[in-house]
Design a binder for this molecule. Structure first.
Ligand SMILES: Cc1cc2nc3c(=O)[nH]c(=O)nc-3n(C[C@H](O)[C@H](O)[C@H](O)COP(=O)(O)O)c2cc1C
Ligand SMILES: O=C(O)C(=O)c1ccccc1
Length: 387
């Protein structure tokens, strides 16, 4: 058993032996159910919800189910090493925390609690532009843990440059540019509830903490709060960009740049041509385009086309150790996890996020070993069978 992650399994058994069961299921496909019980129904609808009929979120899970592991025996897998190198940096496992905005709607600790939990596991946290906690405060909470910054690309370049400069100064190492959410998708749970994360009965909270953005806001008190929030969001998420515009980001960001939301092999090729360092194959957890292809379904062709020239990461629907193995075997270097850790945050703040992450890593470590594999880097499609 791997000392590092196997201990966590023993800890959970010991807790049970002492009469304490975990606050939420170690099955991350089910943690949503108990999160529904602890969250405000509208906040829950926002986090759990997805676009349209929910068919893309369902397709994400169905895509994982179509691939099965074929375990090997007596394969010398009693010792594993999950260490992975992404964009030249070593991390303890091939897992990152996906950027999730507005975390204060699920827990007062918000992104600072998430940052502390991430730092304690050594996994990189990707901070959202739409965070409820500032870039600097999250860096302070993280205490030197690995941090990446997710950029929503503002329509105003001064605001964009301010975000980039602050992220760089605060020590964020990688820039993740999200391309698939220049407008919020059609999300019936939020539409039915009249819910936007920054809009509440009492009025509005400006969703972005950047001082240049705040300084440029025109005061228009007559504007309907919902219209104001939508306008602010669209000012930050930007519109009307082209592949050529990426040169601006390349010029103003020294470190690696990763494009998030890639689903078509030609877009992956565009990313290479634009001099990007990586992509996240992702459909935003099914929150943007209803009826879209399951993210895992497009991963193999994209990895085959560009995987030797650019780092390929993956998210959307990852819930178990086996899911991580499948994504890696199909060409991803590492995966990002979204909703599960947000539910951990909702349940128990920093500790809840840590429980989710440690559980996922322990599951990954055990499933890797029990299926006869020892390192994430050695996984290929030969460990899988399509069914
Ligand atoms: C509540 C919520 C807020 C999100 N906010 C952002 C965001 O601010 N920026 C971003 O790039 N992606 C955002 N995402 C998408 C995640 O980064 C990620 O792509 C998605 O959650 C992965 O799917 P999963 O939840 O099935 O793991 C958000 C997702 C959720 C659930
Ligand atoms: O809800 C989302 O998926 C998201 O990416 C977002 C966009 C703007 C503000 C907060 C979150």
């Amino acid at each position: 058993m791997s000392e590092r992650f196997g201990n966590y399994q023993a800890e959970i058994y010991l807790q049970g032996y002492g009469g304490t069961t975990p606050a939420f299921s170690t099955d991350l496909t089910r943690i949503e159910e108990s999160a529904a019980a602890v969250l405000d129904p509208r906040a829950y609808g926002y986090v759990a919800g997805s676009a349209g009929s929910g068919s893309t979120a369902a397709a994400n899970r169905a895509a994982f189910d179509r691939w099965r592991l074929v375990p090997r025996m007596l394969a010398g897998a009693t010792e594993r090493d999950l260490t992975t190198t992404v964009l030249g940096t070593t991390m303890p496992a091939p897992v990152l925390l996906a950027p999730v905005g507005a975390q204060s709607i699920v827990h007062d600790g918000a992104e600072a609690a998430t940052a502390r939990a991430a730092a304690s596991t050594g996994l990189p946290m990707v901070l959202s532009t739409a965070s409820s906690t500032s870039i600097e405060d999250v860096a302070a909470a993280s205490g030197g843990g690995p941090l990446w910054f997710q950029l929503y690309w503002p329509s105003d370049s001064e605001v964009c440059l301010s975000l980039l400069a602050r992220a760089e100064a605060a020590g964020y190492s990688v820039l993740v540019v999200t391309l698939d959410n220049w407008s919020l998708g059609w999300r019936p749970s939020d539409l039915d509830n009249g819910y936007l994360p920054f809009l509440n009965g009492a009025g509005t909270a400006v969703p972005f903490t950047d001082p240049v953005f705040l300084g440029g806001l025109d005061a228009s008190p007559e504007e309907e709060p919902a219209m104001a929030v939508l306008r602010w969001i669209s000012m930050i998420t930007g519109t009307d960009r082209t592949w050529a515009d990426l040169a601006f980001l390349r010029k103003h960001w020294e470190g690696p740049i990763v494009l998030k939301g890639i689903q078509h092999v030609d877009d992956a090729r565009h990313a290479v041509a634009a001099g990007m360092d990586g992509i996240v194959v992702s459909n935003h957890g099914g929150r943007q385009v209803d009826g879209a292809v399951g993210a895992l379904d497009v991963l193999p062709e994209i990895a085959a086309a560009v995987g030797d020239r650019i780092e390929v990461l993956f998210d959307s629907g990852v819930r178990t150790g086996a899911d991580v193995i499948k994504a890696l075997a199909l060409g991803a270097r590492a995966v990002l996890v979204g909703r599960p850790y947000v539910y951990g945050l909702a349940h128990a703040g920093e500790d809840g996020v840590r429980q989710v992450l440690r559980g996922l890593l322990a599951d990954l470590d055990l499933t890797l070993g029990l299926s006869g594999n020892t390192t994430p880097g050695a996984l290929t499609a030969s460990v899988l069978r399509r069914s």
